[in-house]
Structure formats: structure tokens, C-alpha cells
Design a binder for this molecule. Structure first.
Ligand code: GLU
Length: 381
């Protein structure tokens, strides 16, 4: 009954872990969750009040499929001012970030085409390729190279079928940022081989050290970059599914067709929330300051546990230590932590072959939980 493409898709490790945790909680277990990547903060009140008010004023109907014009203009302005990318409203489609990626895949990739995916990289990049019948090809980001781009590695993976390279900086799961050198290597390769870059910038606001650079701001990249971004992580509003994509205008009309025949438009309420969120940097700054303190706490805690070797993440709310424990692989290790210590983490293998022997801890949880989690881990050792 099931199509080949859907049959080839594995469940999302991150989303299915949430269900397992909830089951264990229902059994009365005191689970500390380091698994899911969503801010544990409340959505800023001013954002909610504004969106609710708009709903009461009647904004509960369809919007144009591309999104409300005011929001598209404001997103373009943000990218011009903050990211140095010269776009206007015509380049923007308002759509949930995950769906923005899916629209990008559908628009660019025919069955059999190849897309380069970071390894380690977020769990859904690969499976979305399977969904559209394309072939995901991993490019390795080496921790010894601070997860920067290795030119030869990318060049070796390109062939006639390669259509696009996906990048994610700041990175889930490593918490690293691509430096200018990595971006220039990617730019040169993309231009030389006539490839599109899909740049997932969803963690751009959650940076502790260093600077996020949008690859679309580099010379020659505007016409071959699709940027996806959103408000889930920057404004703790994952459930509102508020995001957008930025693409060259000639792609927008095709992407709009996909949106029209699938989603129709982003939920109207979320679009108004997004409009307000674009004015609200204060809440994001507070959240980032707290994440930074937690990053320091979990980094110093895990660094003291002998089975881990830890790189300090410069961004996001993820830390991705390597472990060495009685020959266990990451799936076995995550199970040990869940069943024996009531700690939930994502096994590194979920992020690609180079993720093996790593665990992803999301420190989007209280300092008390971080301290308690580290204590439980110390007991195991
Ligand atoms: N992106 C987050 C994560 O990696 C949220 C869950 C998801 O969409 O996979 O945990």
C-alpha cells in the first residue's frame, strides 16, 4: 500500500524520543530531558498579545499564499539590515521552516538527483531527500577541523547528478558556526559546479561567540541560495510553525505553486506573531544570555566526566560530546542513560555516520536539571 519514497523514510529520532519520554513520565519516572531542540522559555507575551488581538480583529482567514505583505517586507528588511543580503518582499515566502526546506527540495530535486548533506547534520535533511526520491550524499564535518568545510571532501562528493548543497550554520547538532573561509570555499564550489546552496539559518540568533554570516551575502550567491529561517528558536514559539524562505525570484513562483497546493498559506495567527517577533530582540537576548550560562555549566560538567571528550559549542543549545564507554554505540548508550539514569539524549548516529560515538545534549532545560543530570552521569561512571 505504501509508496517506495514514504517507505524509505525513517521516523524522526528527535520527535519520536519525545513520545517515549512522555510514556516514561506517565509511568511515574522522573525523566530529565536533554533531547528535544526547543527553547524551554515562554513565547514572549507581547508577541502573543499582538497575535491574539489580531485574531479577535478577524484575522482568522486565509492570507495570500506567499504570506501577508507587511511581514514579507519586514523579513526582507531584516535580511538587508542584519544579514547584508539585498532582497525584497518578492523573494520571500512565509512558511514553516521545516516545510520551507521541503518546498526547496521539491522545487530543486528530481528523483535520482543528489543533494549534499552535512554529516553530522540534523535528522530530517536526509529523510526529506528520500521523500522526494532524491539521493542524500553526506559530506563530513570533522571535529578535528572544528566542524569547518573540507574543500576536498565536498569536491569528491560532487558529480553530474549533484544539484544542491545543504548547509546549517549555526549547526544542529554540533553548535559550531562556519567561518568566512568555509563559506568562501562553498561559494566557489557552488559557482564552479552551478549548484544551489540551501542555507538553514534557524539558529542564527543563538550565538555566544563569533558571528553568523549568511552565505547569500557573499558575491555571486544571491542568485543561487535558498535561505530558510524562522521564529521557533529565536522566540520560543516552536508550536506556532512560523518561518520563511528567501529565494531568487524565478524560483518563488514555482515554490508558491507548491505552497498553494499543499499548505495554502501559513497559519494567519502565526504570521501576526512573526510580525511582532521581528520587533522583539530583547526577549531573545535574555534567552541567549541564559543559554550561554547553561552552556558553560553543562560544558564544565561533562568535561569532568572521563568518558566524554567535549568541544565547547559557540552557538545553539546543543552540545555534542564524544564518548567512550565499554564499547557501546550511541544508540546503546542513549538507551542506558534513559533506562538506568532517566536521562534522555539523542544518539549521535541519528545525525549521520560521523555522529556515532557522540550524544546530543540539548541544554534547553533548567540549570537545576543540568546539575542533576551531570550528577546522575557521574554516578554511572
Ligand atoms: N530541530 C529540533 C531538534 O533537532 C526540533 C525537533 C525536530 O524538528 O527535529 O531537536
Amino acid at each position: 500500500m505504501v509508496s517506495r519514497s514514504v517507505n524509505s523514510v525513517a521516523p524522526s529520532a528527535t520527535i519520536s524520543l519525545l513520545a517515549r519520554e512522555n510514556e516514561l513520565r506517565a509511568q511515574g519516572k522522573n525523566i530529565i530531558s536533554f533531547s528535544l531542540g526547543e527553547p524551554d522559555f515562554d513565547t514572549p507575551k507581547n508577541v502573543l498579545e499582538y497575535a491574539c488581538n489580531e485574531m479577535y480583529l478577524g484575522k482568522t482567514h486565509y492570507t495570500p499564499s506567499l504570506g501577508i505583505q507587511e511581514l514579507r517586507e519586514k523579513i526582507a528588511e531584516k535580511y538587508r539590515k542584519e544579514n547584508n543580503v539585498s532582497v525584497n518582499a518578492k523573494n520571500i515566502i512565509v512558511t514553516p521552516t521545516k516545510f520551507a526546506l521541503y518546498i526547496s527540495y521539491l522545487t530543486l530535486l528530481d528523483p535520482g538527483d543528489e543533494i549534499l548533506i552535512p554529516d553530522p547534520g540534523w535528522v530530517s535533511y536526509v529523510e526529506m531527500a528520500h521523500l522526494v526520491g532524491a539521493r542524500p550524499v553526506y559530506y563530513k564535518l570533522n571535529e578535528k577541523n572544528s566542524f569547518q568545510i573540507d574543500e576536498e571532501e565536498i569536491k569528491n562528493k560532487i558529480n553530474k547528478k549533484t544539484k544542491a548543497i545543504l548547509i546549517n550554520s549555526p549547526s544542529n547538532p554540533t553548535g559550531s558556526l562556519f567561518n568566512m573561509n568555509s563559506l568562501k570555499i562553498l561559494r566557489d564550489i557552488a559557482i564552479e559546479n552551478d549548484l544551489v546552496i540551501i542555507s538553514d539559518e534557524i539558529y542564527e540568533k543563538l550565538v555566544f561567540e563569533g558571528k553568523h554570516i549568511s552565505i547569500a551575502s557573499l558575491d555571486g550567491m544571491l542568485e543561487r541560495t535558498i535561505t530558510v529561517n524562522g521564529f521557533s528558536k529565536s522566540h520560543a514559539m516552536t508550536g506556532l510553525r512560523a518561518g520563511y524562505l528567501i529565494a531568487p525570484q524565478e524560483l518563488i513562483k514555482y515554490m508558491d505553486n507548491v505552497q498553494q497546493h499543499t499548505l495554502t498559506c501559513s497559519p494567519t495567527f502565526s504570521q501576526y506573531a512573526a510580525l511582532k517577533a521581528l520587533d522583539d530582540n530583547e526577549d531573545t537576548i535574555k534567552m541567549v544570555n541564559e543559554f550561554k550560562e547553561r552552556r558553560d555549566l553543562i560544558y564544565s560538567g561533562l568535561s569532568k566526566i572521563s568518558i566524554f571528550s567535549v568541544i565547547k559549542p559557540n552557538a545553539t543549545f546543543y552540545i555534542f560530546p564524544r564518548f567512550n564507554y565499554n564499547g557501546k554505540n550511541s544508540m546503546e548508550m542513549a538507551n542506558i542513560l534513559l533506562e538506568n539514569l532517566n536521562i534522555s539524549v539523542v544518539p549521535g548516529i541519528a545525525f549521520g555516520p560521523s555522529g556515532e560515538n557522540h550524544l546530543r545534549f540539548s541544554f534547553s532545560t533548567s540549570k537545576e536539571n543540568i546539575i542533576e543530570g551531570v550528577e546522575r552521569l557521574q554516578k554511572l561512571i
